[in-house]
Design a protein around this ligand. Structure first.
Ligand code: ATP
Ligand code: MG
Length: 453
């Protein structure tokens, strides 16, 4: 993309309404525009990152054997009356009437609807296990929407639902979700720690929230510092292997890590004092096993092996796709702006032309651009007639992990500069070497992608 042809409405001044850094930077970098409280337009740069995150989530769900579909945002109130949640949900639910005075609602979540799909089409235990998910906009009329996309009213969520014959199978589905979530967050350059969460009215141990540590997080968390040493990395996993998935769950959840809702001082005291940490965290996902809570009232049953009908065991599992942009920025920024992890960056590299209009510098930039595209890279070429300082400031603000600076002086000896956004380190090399270097850097990111979703 050439910056002169793009739409990147960066702001010079700090917007007053932003209380936290990610919100401020998303506005300044021209990623979002607020349309009403907690409701945003996604401008091109923000939309690109949102799509990258969505893509990673899709890929890791599909890798785990989960099946994408798409349910509508508007739902009929009748389904929610069947489960009993229409009255229980309270003011967070946006209720709508159509012209025939029928009650609709803008879905805050989809347990009822997916259970309805299941009961309409699945009849036998032989069709299990089954996990369906979608990535769709949700609406929750939050009492205090704030912090930009972190706590919106309309927000994008991945929500997945597993259907299994037995509790044991459903817990395996729970473990698959845990593993696929660990992989997803790591690909986004984030450490999200599974913490034991509150089961709500259903109770039980089978729910974990994934938290990114950040001072601006809304949750208070308590953990054993050893847990921050764990990474999933690029290990291979067989998602059908119950023992393998269970082992990952145990590895990542056996140390103390809880949100304030489930925190227990007496157990925490058993963690050696020098490893006890109290911090704040951003919830970027949650997994949940809830047994037959919805399948019973909604009649989602299958014919079991012995011929009798039984309600299926279910769980639901969510990732806050739009909130993740805020969380990633909270964890990756400096005074100058955003620093995107390579897995989610909107463009792989920025090209800064120091002497726009100079024929040989312009053609060197164009050649570099074309070579990068040929190598599967997506560059953003700042070809505006601007001072170098202004171009650098824009690149720093929007946070591309790499920048190539091209000017007549360097070109005289066939050199350009490659600068790392995070470290600020600059290395001189030929344009051809810069392309090879960047192709190498991004090879794992490009290879991690599944060919189709
Ligand atoms: P919270 O406790 O933050 O209100 P929740 O526990 O009610 O969230 P879930 O139902 O678990 O949310 O939804 C799954 C994920 O969706 C959450 O982990 C979070 O990342 C994201 N999410 C929930 N509410 C919002 C919101 N208002 N704005 C943006 N993302 C949200
Ligand atoms: Mg939650």
């Amino acid at each position: 993309m050439r910056l002169s042809r793009y739409f990147l409405p960066v702001l010079k001044e700090d917007p007053k309404e932003a209380q936290i850094v990610s919100h401020r930077l998303m506005l300044r970098a021209g990623m979002i525009k607020q349309q009403s409280a907690g409701i945003y337009s996604w401008l091109p740069l923000g939309f690109k990152v949102l799509r990258r995150i969505e893509q990673i989530v899709h890929e890791e769900q599909i890798r785990a054997g989960h099946i994408p579909l798409l349910m509508p945002t508007l739902q009929s109130a009748d389904l929610w009356r069947e489960s009993g949640r229409y009255d229980d949900y309270g003011e967070e639910m946006l209720r709508i009437k159509d012209r025939h005075k029928r009650d609709l609602l803008y879905g805050p979540t989809n347990e009822e609807m997916i259970t309805d799909i299941f009961r309409s089409h699945v009849n036998s235990y032989k069709d299990l296990p089954l996990t369906l998910y979608h990535i769709q906009w949700k609406f929750r009329d939050e009492i205090r929407p704030r912090f930009g996309v972190m706590r919106g009213r309309e927000f994008l969520m991945k929500d997945g639902y597993n259907f299994d014959l037995t509790k044991e199978d459903a817990l395996h589905a729970y473990n698959r979700h845990l593993v696929s979530y660990l992989r997803s967050y790591e690909r986004m350059g984030l450490q999200a720690i599974p913490m034991r969460a509150d089961g709500g009215p259903i109770g039980g141990d089978y729910t974990h929230e994934f938290l990114v540590l950040a001072e601006t997080g809304e949750s208070e968390v308590f953990y054993d510092s050893q847990i921050t040493d764990l990474t999933f990395g690029d290990r291979q996993i067989d998602y059908d292997d119950h023992a393998e998935c269970q082992a990952v769950l145990e590895e990542f959840t056996s140390r103390y890590a809880r949100t304030d809702e489930t925190h227990d001082e007496a157990i925490f005291a058993d963690v050696p004092e020098d490893r006890r940490r109290t911090a704040r965290g951003i919830e970027v996902g949650q997994i949940f096993y809830f047994g037959t809570k919805y399948s019973e009232p909604l009649g989602a049953t299958v014919v079991g092996p012995d011929g009798a009908r039984v309600p299926v065991h279910m769980g639901s599992h969510g990732i806050g796709v739009s909130r993740l942009l805020g969380a990633i920025i909270e964890a990756n920024h400096d005074d100058k702006g955003i620093i995107w992890p390579e897995g989610v960056t909107p463009f792989h590299v920025g090209i800064v032309n120091l002497k726009q209009g100079d024929a040989s510098t312009d053609s060197a930039c164009t050649a570099l651009y074309d070579e990068m595209v040929k190598n599967g890279l997506q560059p953003l070429y700042d070809d505006r007639d601007e001072r170098a300082g202004a171009k650098f400031a824009t690149m720093d603000l929007i946070g591309l992990p790499w920048r190539i600076t091209v000017g007549p002086r360097g070109l005289a000896s066939n050199k350009v500069e490659l600068t790392n956004r995070r470290s600020g380190e600059t290395v001189e090399m030929s344009p051809a070497e810069a392309v090879v270097r960047l192709a190498d850097i991004y090879a794992p990111v490009l290879a991690a992608a599944l060919p189709t979703v």
